[in-house]
Every structure is written in structure tokens, then in C-alpha cells.
Design a protein around this ligand. Structure first.
Ligand SMILES: [Zn+2]
Length: 230
């Protein structure tokens, strides 16, 4: 049986993380130095086997997932912010970029929030803890698209989550991460290429808008193996 170890190595190098690649390089060097050791399959097979054996534990398919974290700004050990949809911010589409400060109306104004990609109908969670202080309309004359405003006097912050069909009421207290409603489709308002999303504005005590991606960040982490009973 002949092993195409070159192909296998390049496959490994392409697929795996830097750690594994470095390990492969080290093992190949070691195995090459020891190449005169002949196994029944010859030196190439010996190298392949050495690589395979050394790398196998490191490259067990570890499934990684993007996990969102909220900053802990009051220092109580718990996150004070949550990603309202659990998805990444909207990249450039037919209607521009969903990033904070992106140009709008040909540069006349700037995007005052961050657009977190969503699927119409999905659950929206509270981006901060606080009281529901307003449920308003995103656009005058459009009763379909609403925003939910949450005020947090301790953090001296307000959050407005737009394009939400709310299942909370003014005066109600919500905790960060708690469901507050469902995402509304934007396809009728913005036909032809708008990515459905929740537009999130964070407003400080002076009324200035803050870039939500400063306090809602993501990193790749090994996928947890918890499987829910249902
Ligand atoms: Zn937006």
C-alpha cells in the first residue's frame, strides 16, 4: 500500500491550524533525519506514519464556533451587553455597510448604529439590562417597523433595538440576553438586496451614539458538546 504522503501533508497544512502545521514541520524534520529507518513500506511510509501519529491528537476535528461576548463594564463579573441576534454585523450590501459610522445618503449622514444580521421571525434579545422606556416607530408613517428602547440608569446608557416586533411593554424590566421580541423583515421597506438585521444604537449619558462592536465582540471557541434533551 503506497501512501501519497506529500498530498497528505499539503492537505494537513492547508486544513489545520498553525499549531498543527508547525507540529507537522517539526515531525517531518525529525522523521527525515531518521529516514534510514526502514519499515516494510519504506521510508516514506515511516515519515507518514510518524506525522500521522504525532499530529492525530492535535487535529482531531475540533469544531469551532463564533461565540459572542458582552463587555463587563460595571465590573461585577457578568456581561453587561448581549448581541441582539447572535449574528455578525451586516457587511456591505445593496444599501451600504451595517457598520457604525458608515456613510449614508451619499455621505450626508452617518450610520448611528450597528446592524446585526438576522432572520425575519427570529428572537431578539435585550442588548442591555434595564427598563423599557419606549416602543417607537423606526420611520414616520410606517406602523410596521418598531424599535424598543431600554434604559439603564446604573450604566447611564440607553439601547435602541430597531425592526423588532416587541413582546415587552413600556415600564417592564428586562435582563440582558432576555428575549424582547421577534425580528421584522425589511424586504418590503428595502427591496432588492437588504440583509435583514437588527439595527442597534447605544446612547451614552450625553446623547452620543457608541459603536456597539466595542462592547459586543466575538471569538472562535471550541464548540460545546452540550446536547439539549429536547
Ligand atoms: Zn442600521
Amino acid at each position: 500500500m503506497t501512501h501519497d504522503w506529500r498530498a497528505r501533508l499539503s492537505e494537513l497544512a492547508n486544513d489545520r491550524r498553525l499549531q498543527a502545521i508547525t507540529l507537522v514541520a517539526a515531525v517531518v524534520a525529525t522523521a527525515a533525519a531518521a529516514a534510514p529507518v526502514h519499515t516494510p513500506d519504506g521510508p516514506r511510509a515511516a515519515i507518514f506514519t510518524a506525522v500521522e501519529r504525532a499530529v492525530a491528537p492535535a487535529v482531531q476535528p475540533v469544531e469551532m464556533e463564533l461565540v459572542w461576548q458582552g463587555a463587563d463594564v460595571d465590573g461585577d463579573g457578568a456581561p453587561d451587553f448581549a448581541n441582539p441576534t447572535g449574528n455578525e454585523p451586516r457587511e456591505h450590501d445593496a444599501y451600504g455597510s451595517g457598520q457604525f459610522g458608515a456613510s449614508r445618503d451619499g455621505g450626508v449622514r452617518r450610520h448611528e448604529g450597528v446592524d446585526f444580521i438576522a432572520t425575519a421571525g427570529q428572537t431578539v434579545v435585550a442588548p442591555i439590562s434595564g427598563y423599557i422606556t419606549k416602543i417607537g416607530y423606526a420611520y414616520a408613517g410606517d406602523g410596521n417597523l418598531k424599535f424598543v428602547e431600554i434604559s439603564n440608569p446604573a450604566l447611564k446608557l440607553e439601547a435602541r433595538a430597531f425592526y423588532v416586533d416587541p413582546d415587552v411593554e413600556v415600564g417592564q424590566t428586562v435582563r440582558v440576553g432576555q428575549p424582547i421580541g421577534e425580528v421584522r423583515s425589511l424586504q418590503r421597506k428595502y427591496p432588492g438586496g437588504m440583509t435583514d438585521h437588527v439595527h442597534l444604537e447605544l446612547i451614552d449619558r450625553r446623547g452620543r451614539r457608541i459603536d456597539a462592536t466595542n462592547v459586543i465582540t466575538a471569538s472562535y471557541q471550541p464548540k460545546s458538546d452540550f446536547s439539549a434533551a429536547d
